[in-house]
Design a binder for this molecule. Structure first.
Ligand SMILES: Cc1cc2nc3c(=O)[nH]c(=O)nc-3n(C[C@H](O)[C@H](O)[C@H](O)COP(=O)(O)O)c2cc1C
Length: 239
């Protein structure tokens, strides 16, 4: 399986998104996948102009000259796509959204009805690409991912993807800290790697694996006290 993994966190390999994504990718690698990891923040990807030139004047080719050209080639050659993003105001990062918007050169302008819904036919007919979502949030509740996951599922139906499931980790950036504090998170690390294996071998991440990944680590009220104290300390030390 050829995987294109997009890490859209501006904190790149220092962020919580990278902690979780890299562990997931380890699992895919163990299962034999060939991985191309791209940090979207390093690329120049301008917002879509909405001109439809990629549909009418130069089918499949955007008028804008930036890094999306090469990314679309990578996307076309990949069997699987991993979209990694921190939750930003209940959704994905603006850089990842720009990538998704700029994917419309992959379809034709014509309408067809598929599964009782208007869709665009693909420009180059091919098997649907498998798509997994990897995300971390700052808040503790799992429902913080609901709008993001619904969006990615809809994107799959819209632009010829097959949704394989998600690795959703509340407080993902804090996992190494919990480990340092002696709070056991090893089962979560193992489940994230296992999810990578399942993605490659079965094309789906099992709901049970997803539940272990997202499980509560410390009670919410305890975490709220802890995080507030650490923010207060950070503010005080900057005075
Ligand atoms: C602009 C911005 C918006 C955010 N919005 C949310 C949010 O709506 N819900 C949430 O749970 N966390 C939110 N967060 C917290 C991030 O999801 C969290 O800090 C995450 O660990 C960042 O990932 P990273 O370390 O890869 O950058 C937001 C962070 C930023 C910078």
């Amino acid at each position: 399986m050829k995987i294109l993994a997009l890490n859209s966190s501006p904190r790149k390999d220092r962020g919580g998104t990278a902690t979780i994504l890299n562990m997931f990718l380890e699992g895919t690698k163990d299962a034999g996948a060939d991985i191309d990891l791209v940090y979207v923040h390093d690329l120049e990807i301008k917002p879509c102009l909405g001109c439809f030139a990629c549909w009418i004047k130069t089918p499949g080719v955007c008028v804008q000259q930036d890094d999306m050209k090469e990314l679309l080639v990578k996307r076309r050659n990949a069997d699987a796509l991993i979209l990694a993003t921190p939750v930003y105001v209940d959704g994905m990062t603006s850089t990842l959204k720009a990538v998704l918007d700029r994917s419309i050169p992959l379809v034709q302008p014509f309408f067809e009805i598929r599964d009782d819904h208007c869709r665009h036919p693909q420009l180059h007919q091919r098997e649907p690409v498998k798509v997994a979502l990897v995300s971390v949030s700052g808040f503790t509740e799992l429902d913080n991912f609901d709008p993001l996951e619904a969006h990615i599922q809809a994107f799959c139906k819209n632009l010829a993807g097959e949704y394989a499931g998600a690795v959703l980790r509340p407080l993902g950036a804090q996992l190494p800290m919990f480990k340092q504090m002696g709070i056991s998170v090893d089962d979560i690390y193992d489940a994230i790697k296992q999810a990578g294996k399942e993605f490659v071998e079965k094309g789906k991440i099992r709901p049970q694996t997803q539940q272990t990944i997202s499980r509560e680590i410390v009670p919410r009220s305890e975490y709220v006290k802890r995080i507030n104290a650490s923010f207060q300390q950070a503010i005080d030390s900057n005075r």
